[in-house]
Design a protein around this ligand. Structure first.
Ligand code: NA7
Length: 544
């Protein structure tokens, strides 16, 4: 019954300078850069197409959250920027996948990408200083450097719901949506478990088509208007014609996309009267995306009292939008705003006014089991023709843990059993010549991810070039450097409210996963640090 399966194929193994795992934004760029460097490279991806997360996430309504085109894209090539016209401010999955295919063709990347190929059992061998991996059906391959670019939200999480394998209707996970067949909701009783970003995007669209939609909510979420719109021609033209300037602004922005966030506020929410605050929030509410977070006040994520002001503003919006007071009450979030990922929505709250939509509050009415014909909660059975799990991912570390690279007595699953240890979110002590793009403890999901992938990859490629120039055959972080980095990640998080939530940023959505904040919060400082580490001859690393 599990929808979460990856293909395993016959493959052609070989020996390369670099193997890259993952053909999403990061893996494609890594291939391009490494090839430019004259290195032999092979990219492997379990999917049957390129695109990474944008290949898998085809659920209805899937689109980029917050950082819209023309900023959610590669920045390294002015030619690509000029040739690709984004049509919406928050491009949807088909548009982003088309863009990545356009880039792959433009850069002639496909000849070095092998799809439908799961990489397993990477193990480093000191005798030849190489990583040896198994491909698909047991074909071997090896490389000097292994780059893991398998994504932060690519290991879907399917909760252990009793009876899930008994359900006889259609069953999907949003992160493994069918590739070929169009899923039809017409005339069906559909159930969605989960109310995170994926569900909030999918629910309004499913509700328009289904006979009946039942939403099973464990935690009500803060969502704000996406305000997606056709790409303003002047914004697109301005960014394309002045790409160097646009790129500089992106590099200088704390989030990697200046215009999408507007001006950053320098004021405390507590410095205004309640009336003035509401005017500020109201004026930014419909501008869309994260502007209300960054352009309103500067302490929403650091001060509980400031945070409560925007939390209450949004709760008022929910009460105003949802006509049935009992349903509205169930939708009111009670955690601190922004500590779980803030979700842009299009008609999410309005959807609960539809006569064919029912909200089940799992806190009051928990799931007992999944039956052959529906979901059994404490109050009774909810009959369903289709069950959709929008239950998220083993985020940040899931794909890496499942890959479980090893060297001698060290393997990643054991090493991270009590908590993540990395240096710069890029490398791991005990696992030489392994690099991660968007690894845990790097800015990853709280930065413009395509731009972050470029910047981290540039650093890795330049590092490999420097090592080759100096005849260095192995690089790995010193354990002390990892400890110091973990302390920095944690200290930064400690200045914010993020650690107070149960969120996938904290690993707390996965039973048994160590609870810790896994994002490096100061992206600008992070990239300065990378530069300093390189200039200092890769300080914090042991070179052999
Ligand atoms: P998320 O944001 O992790 O959301 C998962 C949802 O599933 C969330 O509402 C969870 O409730 C819910 N969930 C998880 N397990 C259960 C169980 N056992 N029972 C009921 N409900 C459950 O994943 P998404 O795919 O929506 O978004 C991931 C990111 O992808 C997103 O931020 C974008 O960046 C792209 P909880 O809140 O844990 O109580």
């Amino acid at each position: 019954m599990s929808a979460i399966a990856n293909p395993t194929r016959s493959t052609d193994g070989a020996d390369f300078d670099v193997i890259v795992i993952g053909a999403g934004f990061a893996g494609l760029y890594a291939l391009h850069r490494l090839r430019q460097q004259g290195l032999t490279v092979r990219v492997y991806d379990a999917a049957d197409g390129i695109g990474g997360t944008w290949w898998w996430n085809r659920y209805p309504g899937a689109r980029v959250d917050f950082l819209g085109g023309p900023f959610y894209c590669y920045t390294f090539s002015e030619e690509i920027a000029r040739e690709w016209d984004w049509t919406e401010t928050q491009p949807d999955q088909p548009a982003i996948l088309s863009y990545l295919n356009f880039v792959a063709d433009k850069l002639d990347l496909r000849r070095d990408i092998q799809l439908g190929t799961q990489v397993t059992s990477p193990r480093f061998d000191r005798s030849d200083h190489r990583w040896h991996v198994t491909l698909g059906d047991a074909t071997p391959a090896s490389c000097r450097f292994l780059i893991c670019a398998a994504g932060t939200l690519s290991a879907p999480f399917e909760p252990d719901l009793p009876g899930l394998d008994q359900f006889t209707g259609e069953y999907f996970h949003t992160g493994r949506w069918p590739q070929d067949d169009e899923v039809s909701f017409a005339g069906k009783r559909v159930g969605v478990i989960g109310t995170g970003s994926s569900a909030v995007q999918a629910i309004p669209i499913i509700a328009e088509q289904a006979q009946q939609l039942t939403v099973f909510q464990r935690t009500p979420q803060f969502t704000i208007p996406a305000a997606n719109q056709p790409m303003p021609a002047e914004l697109l033209t301005e960014s394309q014609q002045n790409w160097t300037k646009t790129r500089c602004e992106m590099l200088e922005s704390p989030a990697g996309a200046p215009l999408a966030y507007g001006e950053r506020s320098q004021r405390s929410a507590l410095s205004d009267t309640a009336d003035r605050r509401n005017e500020v929030y109201e004026s930014l509410w419909h501008t869309g995306g994260a502007r209300i977070v960054f352009s309103s006040y500067n302490d929403l994520m650091t001060n509980v009292d400031a945070n409560q002001t925007i939390a209450e503003f949004i709760r008022t919006k929910i009460r105003e939008t949802v006509t049935d007071p009992a349903t509205a009450a169930k939708l009111l979030p009670d955690h601190l705003f922004g500590t779980k990922r803030v979700i842009p929505n299009t008609n999410y709250y309005e959807t609960f006014n539809r006569p064919n939509v029912t909200l089940v509050d799992l806190r009051a009415d928990p799931i007992h089991s999944i039956t052959a014909t529906g979901v059994q909660t404490a109050s009774g059975e909810h009959p369903l023709d289709m069950l959709i799990l929008a239950t998220g991912y083993d985020a940040m570390t899931g794909s890496l843990r499942r890959l479980n690279p090893s060297f001698g007595a060290t393997n990643l699953q054991d090493k991270w059993a009590d908590g993540v240890r990395t240096y710069l979110g890029l490398a791991v002590a005990g696992l030489p010549n392994l690099f991660m793009v968007h690894g845990p403890q790097s800015p990853s999901v709280l930065y413009n991810m395509p731009l972050g992938a470029e910047r981290q990859t540039d650093w890795i490629v330049e590092c490999i070039a420097a090592l080759d120039q100096r005849g260095v055959v192995e690089i790995e972080p010193a354990a002390a450097a990892e400890d110091e980095w973990a302390a920095r990640v944690s200290a930064l998080a400690g200045t914010t409210l993020y650690p107070q939530a149960e969120s996938w940023y904290m690993g707390s959505n996965i039973p048994g996963k160590p609870r810790e904040f896994m994002v490096y919060l100061d992206a600008l400082g992070y990239y300065q640090t990378l530069e300093q580490v390189a200039v200092a001859g890769y300080a914090g690393f042991v070179l052999t």
